[in-house]
Design a protein around this ligand. Structure first.
Ligand code: CU
Length: 468
């Protein structure tokens, strides 16, 4: 399943890269691309280089178990550490694949709610790309306890400390943006504040773990568990909630309930710190990971009870969040196209956006397309709007290159995905699934790409572009 999941991740990455490089609105040069899009680009390249390692290692493991190979069996000349190397060569870049979207959401929200362009835009782009590169050079810091040579220990300590620089750089840019702007403490900013606090602590314990002597002392203890929850929940879930409350009105057309959202935040924030801050102390007192019970003489009980209570708080918070979602989808106040006064293009269309997004393709004059728009905005002309026709632009400067007609909505891609998934899942249990499954897969792919007669006329009937 890991192999198959990563295969689909690779396909998505290729799709995102091509879309970002070829389908931007005219005027949106690389230098004006929203940071969220920059991050998607870097992240997609990271996926392309990181995922094959885990696909490879899971396939080797599968072969060790089913086909009598001995990749990881020392008795037959295999190497256990090879598994760790290949896994972490994917695993550590993946930490940044998880964190980069979080950082980009924070950049977007900080700029929107400070009412000014992000401070240090070129630097943040460079920092994002640098993170993408450096993220591949630190995987051995997960293996300090395996007895690797001292030279590699020093090298990977240095590399790990180095990756703090681009992240810290982004932190200072966010602070500078807030400092120079007129920050509005709207709802999503609560989560941005929570992110600053939580991720900062995760970064500091990360610096401690990067040093080999400290790492060896707390290896496989709850200190490590505390650290990666501070980085991953802090770096991904806090920005994720910020993003959900920020884009919720765009997606459903209604605002989320403010008071309920605050209750959600405080329950989750307090619960998170109760659970995971205590784990630092448990780890320093020697409590190992992955145990479910221990003797009372270890004196770990009190802290564990606090951690358990915190988990309860977080669960309550998530419950309030879900209630809020269901309530607000039906009864929230109507949002309008741009409730936050944001500057990026998605806020220029109605909420929720129509299926075709833009009837007329806009042009872009600055990094925040709406804020920087001239008094009389220019739209792309010469593109048919009764069919799904888009403009292809060049990668660097988004200058128009060609027109391209996109396929009309079709159920076949979805059916192909369902059939392929069924066959891949079936292949775990019996190899026959592959031979029998090849037929329906071939059929659905052929149906998908089968040339359709009178395609344009058909589409005119099915899609009511103009009416909307
Ligand atoms: Cu790591």
């Amino acid at each position: 399943m890991i192999t198959f999941t990563e295969l689909s991740a690779l396909a998505v990455a290729v799709c995102l890269i091509v879309t970002i490089l070829k389908y931007r609105a005219p005027g949106m040069t690389l230098n004006r691309m929203p940071l969220l899009v920059w991050e998607k680009l870097v992240l997609s390249f990271m996926v392309i280089f990181a995922m094959p390692a885990v696909m490879l290692v899971s396939t080797m493991l599968l072969m060790d178990r089913t086909a009598n190979t001995h990749f990881f069996n020392p008795a037959e000349g295999g190497d256990v550490l090879l598994y760790q190397h290949l896994f972490w060569f994917f695993g550590h870049p993946d930490v940044y694949i998880i964190f980069l979207p979080g950082a980009a959401i924070i950049s977007t929200l900080v700029a929107t709610f400070s009412r000014r362009h992000i401070f240090g835009y070129p630097g943040i782009v460079v920092a994002t790309i640098a993170t993408g590169f450096l993220g591949f050079g630190v995987w051995v810091h997960h293996m300090f306890a395996t007895g690797i040579p001292q030279l590699s220990e020093s090298f990977f300590t240095a590399a790990t400390l180095m990756i703090v620089i681009p992240t810290a750089y982004q932190f200072f840019c966010w602070i500078a943006t807030l400092w120079n702007g007129k920050p509005q403490l709207r709802l999503p900013m609560l989560w941005v504040g929570g992110f600053f606090f939580v991720f900062m602590i995760g970064g500091l314990s990360g610096l401690m773990l990067a040093s080999v002597p400290v790492d060896l002392q707390v290896h496989d203890t709850f200190f490590v568990v505390a650290h990666f929850h501070y980085v991953l929940i802090g770096g991904a879930m806090f920005p994720m909630f910020a993003g959900i409350y920020y884009w919720f009105p765009k997606v459903v057309g209604r605002m989320a309930h403010e008071a309920l959202a605050k209750v959600h935040f405080w329950l989750f924030f307090i619960g998170f710190n109760l659970t995971f801050f205590t784990m630092h102390f448990l780890g320093l007192r020697g409590m190992p990971r992955r145990i479910y019970t221990y003797l009372p003489e270890m004196h770990w009980t009190g802290l564990n009870q606090i951690a358990t209570a915190g988990a309860g708080f977080m669960t309550l918070g998530i419950l309030v969040f879900l209630i809020n979602l269901f309530w607000s989808i039906k009864r929230g106040t109507i949002a309008g196209p741009n409730p936050w006064g944001a500057g990026s293009l998605e806020w220029s269309v109605p909420s929720p956006p129509p299926p075709y997004n833009f009837v007329h393709i806009p042009t872009v004059d600055g990094r925040e397309a709406i804020w920087d728009a001239p008094p009389n905005p220019v739209f792309v002309s010469g593109i048919r709007d009764e069919v799904r026709e888009v403009l292809l632009t060049n990668s660097l400067d988004a200058e128009p290159e060609a027109k391209e007609e996109q396929p009309a909505p079709s159920v076949w891609p979805f059916l192909t995905a369902v059939v392929v998934s069924a066959v891949l899942i079936g292949s775990i249990f019996t190899l026959k699934a592959v031979s029998y499954g090849a037929l329906p897969i071939a059929f659905s792919i052929i149906a998908w790409i089968w040339p359709k007669e009178h395609e344009v006329e058909e589409r005119r009937e099915h899609e009511k572009w103009r009416a909307a």
